[in-house]
Write a protein of this length. Structure first.
Length: 154
């Protein structure tokens, strides 16, 4: 895999699951330095998400994961107030790690970076992580299972 000077990855990281861990792991593998944006509680509310863990709890989970990977010295965790974070201000960033779901945002970021005279970011798309039933692991599904118990069709 290619190496980059500064990689950015962002998300809500609610109930830090295997999909999040994969996204973060790839960012850590690719970047000499990594900026991890975690959505703030106000941004979560704006997006209409319900039942999301508080910001500080989500940051703690991300920080703990980064520490377990031995990468704390090269990671900066920042609050994400909107979908762009610092990607439109930081000309040192050279790659963004996304899921297929957030790839359109990365394309939008690159268009806005071009308009500001910044080089586009290399976009690294990580496939969804599937559960044992072949379904995408997602925080929204996990929230539903935690709130209502697992739902099975069989």
């Amino acid at each position: 895999m290619a190496r980059f000077r500064k990689v950015v990855v962002g998300g809500t990281f609610d109930r830090l699951h295997l999909g999040h861990q994969r996204l973060l792991s790839v960012a850590l593998e690719l970047g000499d330095r990594v900026v991890i944006g975690v959505t703030t509680d106000s941004f979560v509310r704006e997006e209409g998400k319900k039942g999301v863990e508080p910001f500080e709890e989500r940051v703690r989970a991300v920080r703990r994961f980064v520490e377990e990977k031995g990468a704390s010295d090269r990671v900066e965790i920042v609050p994400l107030e909107d979908r762009y974070g610092t990607t439109l201000e930081d000309d040192e960033m050279d790659a963004i790690v996304v899921s297929p779901e957030t790839e359109p945002v990365a394309l939008e970021i690159n268009e806005l970076r071009r308009k500001r005279g910044f080089p586009p970011l290399s976009i690294v798309v990580i496939p969804f992580v599937l559960d044992g039933d072949g379904r995408k692991i997602s925080s929204s599904r996990l929230r539903g299972e935690v709130d209502e118990g697992p739902c099975r069709d069989d």
